[in-house]
Ligand binder design. Sequence first.
Ligand SMILES: C[S@@+](CC[C@H](N)C(=O)[O-])C[C@H]1O[C@@H](n2cnc3c(N)ncnc32)[C@H](O)[C@@H]1O
Length: 123
Amino acid sequence: MNIESQFNMIAEEYDINRRKFISCFDDFYINTTAFIAANIKAPKRIIDLGSGTGLLAYYWFKHFPESDYLLADIADDMLSVAKRRFQGLDNVSYQTSDYIKELPAVPFDTVISALSIHHLEQS
Ligand SMILES: C[S@@+](CC[C@H](N)C(=O)[O-])C[C@H]1O[C@@H](n2cnc3c(N)ncnc32)[C@H](O)[C@@H]1O
């Protein structure tokens, strides 16, 4: 089964299980984001590569609600959950794509990513 199918299959349960699988959840998502945010200027556009359900972007959004966000992921069902999370916000957009093959074709000044590149296969 490819990575896209694997994540499409577990998309709806993904958020509920995060705290179980990431024992240092607060440090990993919340405290690191707060530390970085305290040390940079507000980005214009943030792209989240392998955004999944938008968990990491959610914590960035708390610090930078005015920035534009582009959430890119290969698994459509993961992005569907992200769309519910950010429903009604017009500064958050989505792209279903494989970041190995293409990067978002919009200007951006900040790239974030969590727990995604370890899925890449060596070539
Ligand atoms: C473990 S999840 C992490 C999601 C999110 N960043 C988080 O911290 O909760 C990994 C995500 O990376 C995505 N992904 C893996 N390889 C990808 C690729 N080549 N292009 C785009 N997305 C990819 C998967 O579909 C999945 O949603």
